[in-house]
Design a protein around this ligand. Structure first.
Ligand code: CS2
Length: 502
């Protein structure tokens, strides 16, 4: 469909829905009847391309009006999305893109949004309302205040200390959920489920550790109530959701005739595996493709090691070679081969799963990464490298080394990341490195970024491997030396040749 240029795009909103082109799917259900049975903290792109769409699918089937979503923005930076959503009556569009297909659909499951820094009391009311049966979260890894290596709760964090000192005017989700629980306890209100939707292993357990540690520091009666009354299901979430760009907004205006201030873009693929542990009811997500199970861990492991690990495995080399999208990167035969070799290397560390055939799972990953329309940013994949290495790459490495398998391409992956940290690509272009944990590598960087021991011996990132497996340290050192001397393509060529012959 193409909207003629002279036609002015229609601003998205409840009153303009009926004027949109007929081909655009939109909510046909009565949004005013949808109760916010689920309150979600952190309505970023991923929430809007994943959970909210599962809910919209259910509402569209007329399954239940109990499960609308009320969104909450906690961070000062959420003000912009709040204003955009409010302007559009909390409607937004989902641009789903595949290499040869593009569709735009209006999502209506978000029935409200509150900006906590300006509406703290309203947020507490919604979280403690008897209607709210699920509080869900996407707050990113840092939002859990759990130290990577030790799993220890960061009770000394300034924001945590603030919320303990002033419990009725919190800043963090921990403070909000604890205060809402306090009100539920005092008023004799029902229990609820806390559902983490972050891409973390054991996300439910992580949320439990954080919240109960916080509650324990606040008050022992409240801690007991929360321990008894809240369930924390684990879940595995998957849908590639690049950052929305101005080009996306312009394409929506030009091709679909809609002026959408806060669309979200994603691939068609989506997956959600949830532990079925909801104490106050849940939407029938299995009717719209989610998988309910008693053990999410093996699914998470498979996703993180192959898909997320696969992204990191090619991302740094792609940036060094000057690629800016993942699809362009995997269309380079050498990076394509790196991805295949990486997945072949990691596969033996994974369990056999009912319903998951690893051959087709890995083939789907290659296809998903090759989606040229999605323009997923290499810079997005390369961001937050310290955490990604520690979570997506090191666990496979440890398993392989412990199983006495010496990895062929993983040392190169680590070396490519360390080389990328110099901050410019092979043509001298400056790379923008976004990593809140970079301080872990200060000693390595201060020494000129050439001595891998200074990086691999950082225990919070690499554990003990530098001390137990000196052979690995030499393999990473050799790869880094080669990268510095011979550049990425020649180094990669050699690594791949060697990988094939061993
Ligand atoms: C990506 C993920 O950031 C990354 O490194 O691998 O954001 C990935 O796109 C999502 O986990 C897909 O579900």
């Amino acid at each position: 469909m193409h909207i003629p240029a002279e036609q002015t795009p229609i601003p998205l909103g409840a009153s303009t829905l009926s004027q949109l082109a007929d081909t655009i799917v939109r909510p046909r259900y009565d949004r005013s009847r949808a109760l916010p049975g689920l309150v979600h903290i952190g309505v970023g792109g991923f929430n809007r391309s994943h959970l909210a769409i599962y809910l919209d699918d259910l509402l569209a089937r007329g399954e239940s009006h109990r499960w609308g979503e009320l969104g909450i923005g906690l961070l000062p930076g959420d003000k912009q999305i709040h204003a955009a959503l409010e302007e559009q009556d909390f409607l937004y569009g989902h641009l789903q893109v595949d290499t040869d297909q593009e569709s735009y659909r209006v999502i209506g499951s978000l029935v409200g949004h509150l900006f906590a820094p300006e509406s703290g009391e309203a947020v507490l009311e919604k979280l403690s309302a008897a209607d709210c049966a699920i509080v869900s979260l996407t707050v990113t890894e840092g939002g859990y205040f759990i130290e990577n290596a030790s799993g220890r709760f960061l009770a000394d964090h300034e924001d945590v200390r603030h919320d303990l000192a002033d419990p009725e005017r919190p800043k963090t989700w921990l403070g909000y959920v604890a205060e809402a629980s306090n009100r539920r306890m005092r008023l004799g209100r029902p229990p609820f489920t806390l559902l983490s939707c972050d891409n973390l292993q054991a996300n439910g357990e992580t949320a439990r550790t954080a919240l109960l540690s916080f509650a324990g520091s606040r008050n022992s009666t409240l801690h007991k109530w929360m321990e008894t009354n809240i369930s924390f299901p684990n879940s595995m979430v998957d849908r590639i959701t690049p950052r929305t760009t101005d080009d996306n907004r312009a394409a929506i205006a030009n091709k679909f005739g809609v002026l959408d201030l806060c669309p979200v873009v994603s691939e068609p693929f989506r997956q959600w595996v949830l532990e079925d542990a909801f104490v106050a009811g849940r939407p029938a997500w299995e009717l719209v493709g989610a998988q309910m199970t008693s053990d999410v861990a093996p699914y998470e492991k498979t996703k993180m090691r192959l898909l997320n690990g696969g992204h990191s495995a090619i991302g740094y080399a792609a940036d060094l070679l000057g690629y800016s999208t993942i699809a362009d990167a995997v269309s380079d035969p050498m990076l394509h081969e790196l991805l295949e070799e990486f997945m072949a290397e990691v596969r033996p560390t994974l369990p056999q799963l009912p319903g998951i055939d690893l051959d087709s799972y890995t083939a789907t990953i290659v296809k998903r990464f090759s989606n040229s329309a999605i323009r997923d940013q290499v810079a997005r994949i390369c961001s937050d490298g310290c955490t990604k290495m520690a979570k997506f790459i090191v666990p496979s490495l440890v398993d392989l080394l412990e199983g006495r398998e010496f990895p062929r391409v993983l040392p190169f992956v680590i070396a490519s990341w360390l080389h990328y940290l110099r901050g410019f690509d092979e043509s001298g272009r400056k790379l923008s490195i976004a990593d809140p944990s970079l301080a872990y590598l200060q000693a390595f960087l201060d020494a000129g970024g050439g001595d891998v021991r200074l990086a691999l011996s950082v225990r919070p990132l690499f554990g003990e491997i530098a001390f137990t497996h000196p052979q690995l340290v030499s393999a990473v050192q050799t790869a880094l030396d080669q990268l510095r001397k011979n550049r990425a393509r020649a180094t990669l060529e050699q690594i791949l040749k060697r990988a094939k012959t061993t």
